[in-house]
Design a protein around this ligand. Structure first.
Ligand code: HPA
Ligand code: MG
Length: 216
């Protein structure tokens, strides 16, 4: 069956009181937007879509920390199941990406965590990231990988935010399209809080809308 997108409507909000939320977050959240169960279901299907598209080739999975840590482990588990009869192994690597914006807005990124990106040379690389909004950091990362000499890249994104893209970046596998609201949970943070939350939620004040830049 063809890949369909799951688009979360702008006003979609589930009551926090209907979910099991850790006590430390009492009063911090205004709504659950995507529940853990829904994420699990989508990740399972995404893994099947990825396997169908990429096939049985060897695959290097690249986790962009910190935001995608939960999505990554869930996806690797589902991909292992989807590739059960595949003779080729998957590998996992972990990086953090810091972006700098200079005055010309050309931007530079620093990739941390992998001592030698050349290990990905000639490999099929699936970049797993939590969220794509402006597209800039992901675009730079993909370009860096191509310059490193990887064979091919794909992206798997937990969330794609409906905001204007500065650059069009390949969004090959997207679990959810979400409204332009600041969300937390399932790996995504506000000042390093909420990463451990199992659901994707909106903060009580909608975290001052768009002017918050979270560290990934
Ligand atoms: N929440 C957390 N981190 C983010 C977001 C968000 O909505 N957008 C980009 N990084
Ligand atoms: Mg990120």
């Amino acid at each position: 069956m063809a890949q369909a997108r799951v688009v979360i409507p702008d006003d979609f909000e589930l009551p926090v009181g209907a979910f099991d939320i850790p006590r430390c977050y009492d009063g911090d959240l205004s709504a659950v937007v995507i529940s853990e169960g829904m994420i699990k279901d989508r990740v399972r299907r995404l893994a099947k879509d990825i396997h169908q598209t990429i096939g049985d080739e060897p695959l290097a999975l690249l986790c962009v920390l910190k935001g995608s840590y939960k999505f990554f482990t869930a996806l690797v588990d589902e991909l292992s199941n989807a590739r059960y009869n595949c003779p080729e192994p998957m590998t996992v690597d972990f990086i953090r990406v810091r972006s700098y914006e200079d005055q010309a807005s050309t931007g530079k990124i620093e990739i941390m965590g992998m001592s030698n990106l050349n290990e990905l040379k000639d490999k099929n690389v699936l970049v797993v990231d939590d969220i794509s909004d402006t597209g800039r950091t992901l675009d730079k990362l993909l370009k860096t990988l191509i310059e490193t000499g990887v064979k091919k890249t794909w992206t798997a994104l937990l969330l794609s935010k409906k905001v204007k893209r500065f650059v069009e970046v390949a969004e090959d596998f997207v679990a959810f399209d979400i409204p332009d609201k600041f969300i937390v949970g399932y790996g995504l943070d506000y000042n390093q809080k909420f990463r451990d939350l199992n659901h994707i939620c909106m903060d009580d004040t909608n975290l001052k809308a768009n002017n918050i830049q979270s560290k990934s």
